[in-house]
Write a protein that binds this ligand. Structure first.
Ligand code: HEM
Ligand SMILES: *[C@@H]1O[C@H](CO)[C@@H](O)[C@H](O)[C@H]1NC(C)=O
Ligand SMILES: *[C@@H]1O[C@H](CO)[C@@H](O)[C@H](O)[C@H]1NC(C)=O
Ligand SMILES: *[C@@H]1O[C@H](CO)[C@@H](O)[C@H](O)[C@H]1NC(C)=O
Ligand SMILES: *[C@@H]1O[C@H](CO)[C@@H](O)[C@H](O)[C@H]1NC(C)=O
Ligand SMILES: *[C@@H]1O[C@H](CO)[C@@H](O)[C@H](O)[C@H]1NC(C)=O
Length: 379
């Protein structure tokens, strides 16, 4: 529900409240108002004089009511936030994701990663899209290789035609991530909406992002700071079951793991030569290799098998097997798939739940933030 819709309700309540307030506490005022109504409505100075005494507390009261109403109706995420104000939102975004993925098969992975990077820095507020400030957040080292900005804008442009000023860019990013998972064959989940866009973008905030070469302790800590458990860390990293990495992120793991020209010992010896030949020492850092060597474009639980068996590609995925707790989470998914039928695997379902949690991270709702007109511009 938008503010426009609840405004008449608020006004009605305000009038009702005022009458009660006056009758109960200031009956004399009411008398003055009625007997003197002709001057009251013709001369604002007189009106203010009449209201003088209780006006301040009245305004306070109304502000509180308004605040409570707006917080209750407009201040939280929920599934179907735009069901009345812009009911084509989901179909417009999913068509965009479908078309973009047909044109560029890498797109599902790109859009999924975009949502993560948006949420992890100042909450899911679309600030990752902004590029018209000097030190834009999106140009940070940790965000290297991000994309999908033009695609989000495509959906935004269509939505601005259908329902101008209603749908936030942050919600488009969140919906696109879900549609991306589905496009890649993953399980669907319901996306809550009602996020509002942030106005702040700064390079320095990206230091909160997990780094590919972080230890498991640091990864756990960075996720914990954002309210995520070890289980969340593992499941969300499972997003790397699709997509690619640039060789840019590989040198330390492949050639200088402990600073002695060595490789990460967790890499399966059968896999190391392959990784090294794909990303040769001092080679082109822009070459892209699959994060899940077996099924780069299929959203499955293969990444969990890879982590266990030394076939993780980026270091941060491999680190999930360094720690008792995160290792147990990885193993829990493997036990299920190995022991019984594939349908009982809960990875797909758990991933959806974790994405809903990710989508709630430090969101701006209600009166906070704004609905940006253009995805990548603050004005
Ligand atoms: C644990 C912390 C994480 C680290 C250190 C990390 C790091 C990385 C790196 C280095 C890349 C390669 C980027 C490139 O070269 O373009 C990547 C790609 C990707 N990440 Fe993560 N990531 C993490 C968590 C996540 C999470 C939580 C998600 C989503 C829920 C995610 C989704 C993706 C996707 C889909 C790609 C593939 C992008 C593409 O194909 O262009 N990552 N990640
Ligand atoms: C409004 O009423 C007050 C008091 O009756 C009077 O002094 C003032 O001139 C009036 N103002 C206007 C704009 O009529
Ligand atoms: C390898 O790592 C060590 C320690 O981190 C560093 O001093 C050295 O410069 C690195 N070597 C190369 C070739 O990057
Ligand atoms: C990785 O993928 C390539 C190409 O599909 C394949 O030849 C290779 O055997 C795979 N490596 C592993 C370790 O599965
Ligand atoms: C992890 O588990 C191993 C073996 O069960 C145990 O020896 C070790 O102390 C545990 N480490 C931590 C940090 O819990
Ligand atoms: C798994 O689920 C699919 C679709 O829900 C079903 O067609 C298939 O028979 C199931 N397989 C098993 C082994 O239960």
């Amino acid at each position: 529900m938008t503010f426009d819709k609840i405004y008449p309700v608020l006004l009605f309540k305000a009038i009702l409240f005022y009458l009660l307030w006056t009758i109960l506490l200031f009956p004399t005022h009411l008398f003055i108002i009625i007997s003197d109504s002709s001057t009251m409505f013709s001369n604002i100075t007189t009106t203010m004089a009449l209201f003088n005494k209780d006006a301040k507390s009245f305004i306070k009261l109304i502000s509180i009511i308004c605040f409570l109403e707006i917080s209750a109706l407009n201040g939280q995420l929920r599934v179907g936030f735009y069901s009345e104000s812009c009911h084509n939102v989901e179909s417009i975004v999913s068509s965009m994701v479908k078309e973009a993925s047909q044109r560029e098969p890498r797109m599902p992975a790109i859009l999924l990663r975009l949502h993560f990077h948006d949420c992890f820095v100042q909450g899911c507020d679309g600030s990752i899209l902004i590029d018209n400030v000097k030190e834009a957040e999106r140009n940070a080292f940790g965000h290297e290789g991000l994309g999908g900005f033009a695609e989000i804008q495509t959906a935004k442009t269509q939505l601005e035609v259908q329902c101008p000023g209603v749908v936030s860019c942050a919600d488009i990013v969140a919906l696109a991530a879900r549609d991306a998972v589905v496009m890649a064959g993953g399980e669907s989940y319901e996306v809550e909406t009602g996020r509002r866009d942030g106005r702040v973008s700064d390079l320095s905030f990206a230091s909160k992002m997990p780094d590919v070469d972080d230890s498991i302790e640091v990864l756990k800590e960075k996720f914990k700071t954002k309210g995520f458990t070890e289980k969340d860390l593992v499941i969300l990293s499972g997003a790397h079951t699709i997509g690619t990495t640039a060789c840019f992120f590989m040198p330390k793991r492949l050639y200088n793991f402990t600073g002695k020209s060595d490789a990460d010992p967790s890499i399966n010896p059968k896999f190391l030569p392959e990784l090294r030949s794909k990303c040769p020492k001092n080679g082109d850092v822009n070459v892209r290799i699959s994060l899940d060597n077996l099924s780069e474009r299929k959203f499955d639980d293969q990444i969990m098998h890879n982590i266990k068996n030394g076939f993780a590609v980026i270091a941060s995925d491999a680190r999930l097997y360094d720690d008792n707790i995160t290792r147990a989470v990885v193993d829990s998914y493997l036990e299920i798939t190995e022991k019984s039928n594939p349908n009982s695997s809960s990875f797909g379902n758990d991933f959806g739940l974790a994405m809903v949690k990710l989508g709630r991270l430090e969101v701006k709702t209600g009166l906070l933030g704004e609905i940006r007109k253009v995805g990548d511009h603050i004005v």
